[in-house]
Write a protein that binds this ligand. Sequence first.
Ligand code: GTP
Ligand code: MG
Length: 209
Amino acid sequence: MNSNMSPENPKYKLIFLGDQGVGKSCILNRFLNDTFEEEYQATIGLDFQSKNVQIDNQDIHLLLYDTAGQEKFRSLIPMYTRDADIILLVYDISNKDSFSNLSQWLKDLTNVNMDEVILCIIGNKKDLSGNRVVNEEEGQKFAEEHDFIFQEISAKTGEGFSDLFYKQLFEKIRTKFRPSGQQPVSEINDIKFNIDQEDNKKSTKRKCC
Ligand code: GTP
Ligand code: MG
């Protein structure tokens, strides 16, 4: 399952899953470019991007697959989950159905060995607290029941990104896939997340999805 080519050239395949409109593409844009776009442009089929990060002073190549939430593209997903190392399953804290549907998303991962992947449950749109219909505790409980990473974030403001990627995901990569690594995750210094709303407003408009 682990897509490492060799100890010198580690690669990890990340795949974003979740209902239409929960914010998968915007999360990826915040992660890669530190930008956000309000206008919704549905992903068609699948988007692929990549990024290098450093873990334990070694370049790690992340292969990032952004899937389409629309039903008509669902049949494509098993092709990409088959050899995934990390699955980021996203719901929208202001959309109850997107949370209820997490169980179905998990059931559909029939070709995934859950012992070998890292699975993260992500509650996105944390900035929409006035419209919240899923409590943080509900998300946390769901993730704990399955022993998954859990984090609420906002792709709009950048809130929660450092905790999700630095503190949780990269640390888990280090302990699960790279158990001999000695250095703490704080050594990872490749990515900065802009959590300043004013800076967000100033950022250049770009296509989100
Ligand atoms: P599909 O590609 O159709 O599966 O959707 P998606 O999950 O990729 O959603 P996308 O990233 O395109 O975002 C959908 C809408 O939600 C867009 O209008 C975004 O601007 C908005 N959005 C995404 N993340 C956030 C967030 O954290 N906060 C708020 N307020 N809106 C968000
Ligand atoms: Mg998308």
